[in-house]
Design a protein. Structure first.
Length: 284
């Protein structure tokens, strides 16, 4: 009987000791057996490395001397995973907790779809466990925006059908060794944000499909490392990264609209986030 594919789960940590330990606890319960967990620490000073070593000695830790952010930290982990024989790599934010069957379902979906390049789960807000954060992704080159399908909607089963999607969220995505070999690593020229959409687009242009798998479920604390869902840091860098992405990939005819629409559309999105937070009982 053939052995299940080897999956390396990569968590990038930067002064997120508590979140990382909670995430590792949920990974310890995963029903998919052939997995290894790798924590890439981006120069933390909060005792994260020591805490992980103490509580999860089976976890491999790559302690970096500085903060290489999302792309740099994950790329370090991906290189290690491939050198160690990984068949698949799961990128996973450290401020998440996973359903125990999440990884098993994601791997099953990838294996059942020969042309699949990446697959992402259904993701909820941790603070509102039945409210959706990600049920697929849509990129609009006409408006210069990217958005999550279903965001801030109560989950009533309206997105329970697996489907192709525009991009896989970097919060959690499973990617095959073959795809990484074809399209390369994450683009580290993005300071933060849009790396996942860039990677997904490169995979699609190489002929792969990007899948959303609602049977796999995850709960996300939302931008804990960036100071919160509506922090000025997040809004500023998300906008800058989006401009970089669309300037790079837009066709000539998209330039007729997206430079003029991206600012007002992103401003409306920020307003939507403010209203969403108030509906969940929090202030921006």
């Amino acid at each position: 009987m053939a052995m299940d594919p080897l999956v390396f789960i990569i968590l990038v940590n930067w002064n997120g000791r508590r979140d990382t330990l909670e995430c590792l606890a949920s990974l310890h319960q995963q029903t998919y057996p052939h997995r290894k967990v790798l924590v890439v620490d981006n120069g933390s000073t909060d005792g994260s490395v020591e805490a992980v070593r103490s509580q999860y000695p089976e976890v491999t830790i790559l302690a970096l001397p500085d903060n290489r952010r999302f792309a740099g930290g994950n790329n370090t982990g991906i290189r290690h995973a491939l050198e160690s024989g990984a068949d698949y790599v799961l990128l996973l934010n450290n401020d998440t907790t996973a359903d125990r069957d999440m990884l098993r379902i994601l791997v099953s979906t990838m294996r059942s779809q020969p042309n699949a390049g990446m697959v992402a789960p259904k993701i909820y807000y941790s603070a509102a466990p039945h409210v959706l954060w990600y049920a697929g992704g849509v990129v609009s080159f006409w408006t210069g925006t990217m958005r999550h399908v279903g965001i801030r909607e109560e989950d009533r089963g309206q997105y329970d059908r697996p489907c192709e999607t525009g991009y896989a969220s970097g919060c959690c995505l499973l990617v095959s060794r073959e795809v990484i070999g074809r399209i390369g690593l994450l683009d580290e020229t993005y300071f933060i944000y849009a790396e996942d959409a860039d990677w997904s687009l490169r995979a699609r242009r190489a002929g792969y499909t990007i899948l959303f798998e609602p049977g796999a479920m995850l709960w996300h604390k939302i931008s804990a490392s960036a100071g919160g869902h509506l922090s000025p840091f997040k809004l500023r860098h998300k906008f800058v990264s989006n401009l970089r992405f669309f300037s790079r990939y837009a066709r000539w005819y998209h330039w007729l609209t997206f430079p003029w629409l991206t600012i007002p559309v992103n401003a409306l999105a920020a307003l939507g986030y403010i209203l969403q937070r108030r509906s969940l009982g929090r202030t921006p």
